[in-house]
Structure formats: structure tokens, C-alpha cells
Design a protein around this ligand. Structure first.
Ligand code: NI
Length: 135
């Protein structure tokens, strides 16, 4: 038996995709418009899934208030209205692609969740482009 609860959240953030160790030409070739030195923004949509056992006493898998507060602390307070490259330490030396952002979010939440739970992070960078990270 397997049951997953989901919590949605969102944040707005700016980023630029580039590698410091690459030439400007190489960055332009690989990252195109996303390499704009003046940055650009996305409305990120997040779906966090927690899989585990339902407590027979409460009928809860996890208290959604706890999950909501966790996402607020670790993701919304840390990323919302921020420039990811400049203001978020995890991306000081990590390209803030949707792939890497999803992994960073997963790692931050993983540390705070009971190890009995399985965790999934789905991150939409645009309505049509999204990634799923499950560890
Ligand atoms: Ni972008």
C-alpha cells in the first residue's frame, strides 16, 4: 500500500544560466537567452509529495500545517523574490537550472522530514517545462 499527500507552493525568482569557467561564446551557445547577463524571472510552481504510512489514530500521513510551514521556511522564505545566482548561497557555484533548483529544494526538505517518509519534488519553471526529483 502506498499513499502520497501533496502540497503546492510557488515563488517568483530571477536567475541567469551560465558557467563562470566558460567563455562568453560558449555560454551563449549553450544557454542562449537564459544567459542574459541582466537576469530574467520565472513564476516557479512547486508540488511537494510525501509518501508514507497513514497514522491509524489520526488518519493523517503528515500534518499538512507542518508540511506547509516547512515549505515556507525552506523554499518560499529562501527563494521568493530573490535573485537565485546572487542571493541564494546554494547557487553561488551551482547553475540555477530547474533541475538543480528541484534538487536543492529536495535536499533542504529531506533534512527536515522524518526518514520514514519518501519525498518527491516537482518544479514547474513554466507551465510546460517541469522536472521531477525523487532522490
Ligand atoms: Ni530561465
Amino acid at each position: 500500500m502506498s499513499l502520497t499527500v501533496f502540497r503546492k507552493a510557488h515563488f517568483n525568482a530571477a536567475h541567469r544560466l551560465y558557467r563562470k569557467d566558460w567563455s562568453e561564446e560558449r555560454n551563449e551557445e549553450i544557454f542562449g537567452k537564459c544567459n542574459n547577463p541582466n537576469f530574467h524571472g520565472h513564476n516557479y510552481e512547486l508540488e511537494v509529495g510525501v509518501t508514507g504510512e497513514v497514522d491509524p489514530e489520526t488518519g493523517y500521513l503528515i500534518d499538512m500545517k507542518v508540511l506547509k510551514d516547512l515549505i515556507r521556511e525552506e523554499v518560499e522564505d529562501a527563494f521568493d523574490h530573490k535573485n537565485l545566482n546572487v542571493e541564494v548561497p546554494e547557487f553561488a557555484n551551482l547553475n540555477p537550472t530547474a533541475e538543480n533548483i528541484a534538487k536543492v529544494i529536495w535536499e533542504k526538505l529531506r533534512k527536515r522530514l522524518d526518514s520514514d517518509f519518501k519525498l518527491s519534488v516537482k518544479l514547474y519553471e513554466t507551465p510546460r517545462n517541469f522536472v521531477l526529483f525523487t532522490g
